[in-house]
Design a protein around this ligand. Sequence first.
Ligand SMILES: Nc1nc2c(c(=O)[nH]1)N=C([C@H](O)[C@H](O)COP(=O)(O)OP(=O)(O)OP(=O)(O)O)CN2
Ligand SMILES: [Zn+2]
Length: 147
Amino acid sequence: MMQQIYPAPAHNFSYELNKDFHFSAAHAIPSEDAGKCRHVHGHTYYVNITVAGDELDHAGFLINFKKIKELIHDRFDHSLLNDDQLFSQVDPDYFPTTEVVARSIWEIIEQHLEQTDNKPTCLQVFLRETPTSYVLYRPKGNRHGKS
Ligand SMILES: Nc1nc2c(c(=O)[nH]1)N=C([C@H](O)[C@H](O)COP(=O)(O)OP(=O)(O)OP(=O)(O)O)CN2
Ligand SMILES: [Zn+2]
């Protein structure tokens, strides 16, 4: 849900930004345990990304809000997640579950941030799959040695 208050990660960075956006995608979870979710079905995923750091870039940004959305929305919106090379049909650690999609979003964002001059870090990905179900992904520690 847009404009909701999200659980906040603890940290000592000077700046923290949050970006909300949503995308529509279909998926199927290739596990017997998934019941009806084994069949292809769609969701509007609501995402909140938390990025933090101590240094700003040449524009005075930690990271342009637009870039965060672009990295994820352009890749997943109106797609079948199972078709993306990030996900697997055989390895449960890579099934397109909410948990794995949240972790994958973190990996895409963090990979981009590592290439920037000011090097902020993504502390948290909040991913809502349905009105009643969401996942928070927080990496263990981070490359700044802070958590
Ligand atoms: N831990 C997980 N459990 C489930 C996932 C998942 O990704 N991680 N995914 C699904 C289905 O894909 C689908 O999203 C259904 O979720 P669910 O919350 O069960 O949706 P409902 O609308 O049926 O839930 P209500 O309790 O009726 O609101 C299933 N599980
Ligand atoms: Zn689903």
